[in-house]
Design a protein around this ligand. Structure first.
Ligand code: ADP
Ligand code: MG
Length: 342
């Protein structure tokens, strides 16, 4: 569904598909080398086992909204794939294939697209996922990219947002707030810190690490799970609404990277961005508190720290509130719990 774009410095639509995208689909047999209208997903004896169900997720990135047009194209591609993989990770899913829709303004040239495709190729290898199809269009608007990832989980093992129980612990993977601080650095809103710390935070913003292995292990422990993309507190609120519970978290327990800790030391108000900003792409989950040692051990083995930051309340008056306490046990009011597009 696209028209030939006149006067632009790139090959036509079909040559683009052939040169850049067909190689990414070469090992996906049902994709017919991107020479058919559709891709086929053979379920029996193919990608998925009889006792599995598919998990689907679509996420889009728009230039000027989710990334800057100056950003390295390979990193944009990898982030596009990884934000979707992060959702699959939160559901404990094994990645299988993805589809890709790209809406190109005239200025997006072949060199940009080549580097974009190279980024996808690198991450396909890293995460064991293949391209199955997509769409290529031109647009009068900004460069827009949409990706749908498909994964598989054992049937009847869904990790919903809605499964949390009163008294469960609230856990997170990795460190929180790095992505939000990295974006602040890119916007010129966060000074200080060492060059190394700044580079670390920017990298955390640009290149999320989908916690696929941890997510798969969570199926044995977690009562509810999601990935943190719009901000820790806002996303925990989603779990609370879905599970009809309230939650209390202790800011002191929220795991920070060395760079994150240095930033807060420099300016205490940054805790607001850490708790309420987005782009963490870490896992947020709930599990019985007595599972904490076993969960920490799983994290240690995978090299991804797992931290309990609070618990779910059984107090009906707290539903579906999230309360954040400081070291003195006083409530920290957040200006913005999470990112909203509108
Ligand atoms: P239609 O005209 O029906 O929209 P196309 O003829 O544009 O479909 O697409 C031809 C084939 O190329 C299809 O298999 C489609 O999935 C694939 N394709 C098109 N654009 C992309 C893309 N950006 N990435 C991956 N596959 C693509
Ligand atoms: Mg067609």
């Amino acid at each position: 569904m696209a028209r030939r774009e006149g006067g632009s410095s790139r090959p036509d639509e079909f040559e683009l598909i052939d040169r850049l995208f067909a190689p990414l689909a070469a090992r996906m047999r049902g994709a017919c080398e991107l020479k058919d209208d559709v891709a086929y997903l053979p379920l029996a004896g193919g990608l998925v086992r009889r006792d599995e169900e598919l998990v689907l997720k679509t996420d889009a990135l728009i230039a000027g909204v989710h990334f800057l047009i100056e950003d390295p194209p390979a990193l944009v591609a990898r982030k596009l794939l990884r934000v979707n993989l992060s959702d699959l990770a939160a559901k404990g899913a094994r990645p299988l294939v993805y589809t890709l829709a790209i809406m190109l303004p005239k200025e997006t040239d072949f060199a940009w697209l080549k580097r974009f495709a190279a980024g996808l190729a690198a991450d396909q290898k890293e995460f064991g996922i293949l391209l199955a199809g997509g769409d290529t269009d031109s647009t009068p608007g900004p460069l827009s990219l949409s990706l749908t990832a498909i994964g598989a989980i054992p049937a009847k093992r869904r990790l919903l947002r809605a499964g949390a129980r009163p008294g469960d612990g609230v856990f997170v993977s990795g460190t929180i707030g790095d992505g939000a601080l990295g974006l602040k650095i890119l916007r010129g809103e966060l000074g200080g810190l060492t060059t190394k710390q700044r580079a670390f935070l920017v990298e955390r913003y640009r290149l999320p690490r989908p916690r696929l292995e941890l997510g798969a292990r969570l199926r044995d422990f977690a009562t509810a799970a999601m990935d943190i993309s719009d901000g820790l507190v806002g996303d925990l609120q989603h779990v609370c609404v879905a599970s009809r519970l309230g939650a209390v978290i202790e800011a002191e327990r929220v795991p920070l990277s060395n760079a994150g800790r240095a930033a807060v030391k420099q300016d205490g108000k940054l805790i607001q961005s850490i708790l309420g900003g987005g782009d963490d792409y870490e896992l947020l989950f709930t599990a019985p508190v007595e599972k904490e040692p076993a969960l920490k051990e799983v994290g240690r083995k995978l090299g991804v720290p797992v931290t309990r930051i609070g618990s779910l309340s059984s107090n009906p008056q707290m539903r579906p509130k999230v309360i954040v306490l400081n070291a003195k046990g006083r409530e920290i009011k957040l200006r913005q719990a999470g990112y909203r597009h509108f």
